[in-house]
Design a protein around this ligand. Sequence first.
Ligand SMILES: [Zn+2]
Length: 161
Amino acid sequence: MDLYHDIMDVLGNVKDPEIDTVSVLDLGMIEAVNEVDGIVQVNVLPTFMGCPALDILRKNIETSIQDVKGVQKVTVTFLKFPHWTSERITEKGRENLKKFGIAPPPKTLGPEGHWSVNCPYCDSAYTTIENLFGPTACRSILYCKACKNPFEAMKPISTIM
Ligand SMILES: [Zn+2]
């Protein structure tokens, strides 16, 4: 089981290519890791199928795990099911998103899917969505009326939506 723990340690250092403060583990993207005689199979849930960084992510995961002593072969598979949801992000992941200036996705949604987040800088709830379409389809640009900073928010993704 040591090898498994080494692999999980390494995954804790593999970052989302677009958000380099948060590991794939803390984003809740790792659905399963199976290791038999040094042959490693990693099942990954893409956070958003539309995001372009999957090839980079696959390479990052493969090369990181390949470096673990005792690993012979690594295969990364992206799963379409189960769907990744923003509830999978760990508490540590949510904190690290804030360090990157991204408000973590809200845990609950209001009526009609309305959602709001607190400013990652000053924690004010007095924020407004400036532009629903951020730099990637996964993120939105918001504006904090309290500290006057623009910031990004991760859209809430839930299987219920
Ligand atoms: Zn603020």
